[in-house]
Ligand binder design. Structure first.
Ligand SMILES: Nc1nc2c(ncn2[C@@H]2O[C@H](COP(=O)(O)OP(=O)(O)O)[C@@H](O)[C@H]2O)c(=O)[nH]1
Ligand SMILES: [Mg+2]
Length: 134
């Protein structure tokens, strides 16, 4: 396996993966987004159906950044994208009542991948929720 410097963003639909990738990238990310079939959810009008991709230049090293699709029906993509990754950043929306369930199910889903990646958990949208207690 080549060392590909590949970093994954994981987490449920609406957690903020695509937004985070766009914010840290050196180029506009390629996002395979499609309109949400049931219509816009707040400001969110599209959903990622295969992956997001972009890259960051860090002191001469390129880190390739991928975003996993959040929807369960696209879970088969997670293992494909994770291959060769150095780690995953699990983003969760702490304003959602499903926060605890989302945390459990995503940790389980990521731990089931082989080899299980190192995981960092991030809670975006700090302006929209008080600090959560888990
Ligand atoms: N206020 C706020 N909104 C955010 C933040 N990150 C994402 N969002 C919004 O949350 C929604 C879902 O974000 P998106 O990146 O599409 O989520 P994804 O489904 O995980 O890729 C969008 O309407 C974003 O504009 C944040 O840090 N603060
Ligand atoms: Mg997305």
């Amino acid at each position: 396996m080549i060392n590909y410097n590949k970093l994954l963003f994981a987490g449920p639909f609406g957690a903020g993966k695509t937004t985070a990738i766009r914010a840290i990238s050196n180029s506009a990310p390629i996002s395979t987004g499609t309109p949400i079939s049931t219509g816009p959810e707040g400001e969110k009008t599209t959903t990622t159906v295969a992956m997001d991709y972009s890259f960051i230049n860090m002191e001469g090293t390129t880190v390739h950044v991928y975003g996993m699709p959040g929807q369960d029906r696209l879970a088969f993509m997670r293992g494909i994208l994770m291959e060769g990754a150095i780690g995953a950043i699990l983003l969760l929306d702490a304003a959602q009542p499903s926060l605890n369930d989302d945390l459990q199910s995503w940790l389980k889903s990521l731990a089931a991948l082989s080899p299980g990646p190192p995981i960092v958990i991030g809670l975006p949208k700090p302006n929209l929720h008080p600090p959560p207690s888990l």
